[in-house]
Design a protein. Structure first.
Length: 416
């Protein structure tokens, strides 16, 4: 059982240990090592496998994500300094609490799980803070908590049953009242949506309920393959998700249990089959992100660079709450994807390219929109045929530098 490995078996498996995954949790921070096809909890203190970290200031104690939220974008340098202190504390705890590990064990931090609610400035604070502590993290090393937990669930379930699941699954992570969710479709190998549901236990419960219903409704429209589904038909919508997994330190809280039972009464609610303590699911799941190597995400997982008056950068992240935003692009110019220092290659069939050309025939002020199911639409003057493409993004945590693109509709895409 993953969460019950003894110290002797940990030392025996050292030949396969390949770095550390850290869960930068709201309640506690956890860590894990990879060994063969499974993961091992890595204690961060001699008293507890999780490390309890709080910032104590004039306003009282703050949890790690709360402190980052308060500082990022307002005092970015202080946010980075704070994350650096947290990272240094975690790094000190790894060897101190695991003194029996062989000297050759790789204790380098490779992946970090963060709240799904972290935007660009919070992510930048995490990256810069860990770098201050000597950890060379890149944006692709940051993974949303529910995605990491879901990767572990897939790996552990397949190890127990001997075969992968083909049914859609909803995973809800409850980290001390901070709720987030991811919905996956194994049949088409897509992560459909990943969104925060609350920032803590004091959020208005009706907001959580409505947020979860929005996510499930969106996913149902992307999953329903046989016939049309009405967004007012909640029984049909809710039945599109037959599997629900709840992880995190608050997995069994009465409020989350009641939420799942009331909204998704037909779903089979299952734990991670190999993890004794669901608080460990995220850290352990960071070591199983290879589950999503051949999957695609339906939202931008890297920036999009739009040439116009200057260059507009559309940051990575979900588009569910920004789907009505439009961006002006320059006719004939090239849209590029990914970071400047790590551009994504577009793949269409067997061909590869560096970017997508905005059709010159669009007129003077073409508008680009992103849709929650992964489509990108560029529309020009009235009567001009639009360009619509389907983008299949690499999953969070993936080392892939390829972005699959296919044309929808009658206007062909021109790639560079």
């Amino acid at each position: 059982m993953v969460a019950r490995v003894s110290e002797s078996s940990l030392a025996h498996a050292v030949g396969a240990l390949v770095g550390v995954g850290v869960d930068l949790g709201r309640h506690r921070s956890f860590a894990a090592l990879a060994a063969h096809s499974y993961a091992l909890p890595l204690p961060l203190s001699v008293q507890d496998e999780g490390l309890l970290i709080r910032w104590v200031g004039d306003g009282g104690p703050q949890r790690v994500p709360e402190r980052i939220f308060d500082l990022a974008g307002i005092d970015q340098d202080e946010a980075e300094r704070f994350v650096g202190l947290v990272a240094a504390q975690i790094m000190r705890g790894i060897p101190a609490a695991n003194s029996d590990l062989p000297a050759e064990t790789d204790l380098t931090i490779r992946k970090v799980a963060i709240p799904a609610s972290f935007g660009p400035q919070c992510r930048q604070a995490v990256l810069a803070g860990f770098r201050r502590a000597g950890v060379d993290l890149q944006p692709e090393n940051l993974v949303e908590r529910p995605i990491a937990a879901l990767a572990g669930w897939f790996a552990h379930r397949e190890r127990i049953s001997g075969r992968p699941t083909r049914d859609p699954v909803l995973l809800i992570d409850n980290d001390g009242g901070e709720l987030s969710a991811v919905i996956a479709d194994p049949l088409t190998r897509r992560l459909l949506v990943c969104m925060p549901l609350s920032s803590g236990p004091n959020d208005e419960p009706t907001w959580v309920v409505e947020g979860l219903k929005d996510l499930v409704t969106l996913a149902a429209g992307m999953l329903h393959r046989d016939s049309l589904i009405q967004d007012t038909d909640w029984p049909s919508i809710s039945s599109s998700l037959p599997q629900v997994v709840v992880t995190g330190s608050g997995h069994s809280h009465p409020a989350i249990v009641s939420l799942v039972r009331s909204l998704l009464p037909a779903a089979d609610v299952m734990p991670d089959p190999l993890v004794a303590d669901p608080a460990h699911c995220v850290a352990l799941g960071l070591q199983h992100l290879d589950q999503f190597d051949s999957w695609r995400a339906c939202w931008p997982t890297s920036p999009i660079h739009l040439p116009g008056v200057g260059v507009t950068v559309v940051e990575a992240g979900q588009v569910l709450y920004r789907q009505n935003e439009s961006y002006v692009v320059k006719p004939g110019a090239e849209l590029r994807f990914g970071r400047i220092d790590r551009p994504l290659q577009l793949r269409s069939g067997s061909g590869k390219s560096t970017g997508l050309v905005v059709p010159p025939a669009m007129g003077p002020l073409p508008l680009m929109r992103l849709l929650p199911d992964g489509r990108m639409s560029i529309r020009g003057a009235k009567g001009v045929r639009p360009l619509t493409v389907q983008l299949s993004w690499p999953c969070p945590g993936s080392d892939s530098s390829e972005l699959k693109i296919s044309t929808i509709g009658r206007r062909a895409a021109t790639l560079v």
